[in-house]
Design a protein around this ligand. Structure first.
Ligand SMILES: [Zn+2]
Length: 54
């Protein structure tokens, strides 16, 4: 079973501006678990502790 609490997601995976803002502000990972986007700088974060639970 996947430990989904630790999965990072990027802004490309969401339409909602509020979520995008949160991800940009808290980005701490260079890769997205869902769309597998990779970047040189942090583009993804874990939403588990935010108000936007997956
Ligand atoms: Zn993504």
């Amino acid at each position: 079973m996947q430990n989904w609490q630790d999965q990072r997601v990027c802004v490309n995976c969401f339409e909602d501006d509020g979520i995008k803002q949160f991800i940009k502000k808290n980005a701490d990972s260079n890769g997205c678990y869902f769309c597998e986007t990779k970047s040189q700088k942090p583009i993804a974060t874990c939403l588990f502790w935010s108000e936007y639970h997956l």
